[in-house]
Design a protein around this ligand. Sequence first.
Ligand code: KE4
Length: 430
Amino acid sequence: MARMKTTTSIHLFSLANTLIPGGVNSPVRAFRSVGGTPLFLERAKGSTVRDVDGNAFIDYVGSWGPMILGHAHPKVVAAIRASASRGTSYGAPTPGEVGLSRLIRKAFPSIEKVRLVSSGTEAAMSAVRLARGYSGKDKIIKFEGGYHGHADAMLVSAGSGALTFGLPDSPGVPREAAKHTLTAAFNDIASVKRLLERNRNQVAAVIVEPIPGNMGVVPPAPGFLAELRTLTKRHRALLIFDEVISGFRVAFGGAQELFGVVPDLTVLGKIIGGGLPVGAFGGRKEIMDALSPVGPVYQAGTLSGNPLAVAAGIATLTELSRKGAYRELNAKADYLAEGMAGAFSASGVPTYTNRVGSMGTTFFQKGPVTDYVSARRSDTKRYAKYFHGLLERGIYIAPSQFEAGFVSLAHTKRDMDRTIAAAKAVLATL
Ligand code: KE4
């Protein structure tokens, strides 16, 4: 195998490290858990990304979820161009915000009203504040390994980068900010029941990734989400579905459509911006109208509902609302999963794959992986070797065992056959 040329990435990374902590603007990009120098990407089209040294890769990171149509989709690029030619931000209401909000409400009937923000973190943080303000209660229940962005109250037994770095509770989060955040175990309804009973009438909300993607992908056990719904109703705690990953990913109406469980509030991000910064949170009118300027719960943002980001979001969701889009996306994911399963079983390397539609994770362990504790049993060293072996063969997967991988509508059979062949070759070296 000729070694890949990475001199420009290495040079840029050493420069970036003198300017930016860790040389990156989001920790998981630093390749810390897989080793080596992160590749500096400079262009992408469809299923392919290209780095500054001219290397091309079939991309299964997809910017951590947003690029469901593939990169630089012509309709998304055209929408951004047209919007930019009319200015980039006004700090005033725009028709696009109405358009995107209508698309979101059409996809998520539980969202009677929605507030647009600029990131998933902002959306989750605001939804938690709204739940507390609306209910008058302070405590929040989240799940070990669940990641809802990096707001103080959420960085308790968090997933994604925090899990990758083994930083269950980040420094800088004052005890006072974290003490109202209780953690349960995903797929363990008894752990939720215990917390609700021990904190009777004090829990404002339970926030959950209905299909966790931040400990790697862990599907909800049959009935778990429905039991969560029943329990939260009984204890008059709001149920918040963090669908930043699963929203418009596993179905047009996200996990709540797929599993038929209706939350009180929904958090969205990633896909709804088509790669530009958009987050959103929404739910029943009576809850949402507690938000300023209608109600007393304050929340604001200079670039909330930014015209360019909203234009990219509308173009993306319009494409996804096309008849057959999810059938086509899931058929691609099924094809890849079948080929990869064959490669893994033939290799004899212990792996366990969790997948829901076009989001999935292969854990380097024999499994099963049903929660945070079992996910942590994975052989992250072996994952790192697998990651680099694929990278050398032109396949770009998540630089962390505890993330989701994504298939897009742009991945072709040829891409996936190449991926399966590369995996077979790499597994033989592990
Ligand atoms: P952002 O603030 O990164 O837009 O969204 C935070 C967030 C909230 N909820 C869920 C379920 C999420 O997955 C995320 C962000 N996901 C991570 C990776 N799994 C983003 C990648 C990164 O941190 O660089």
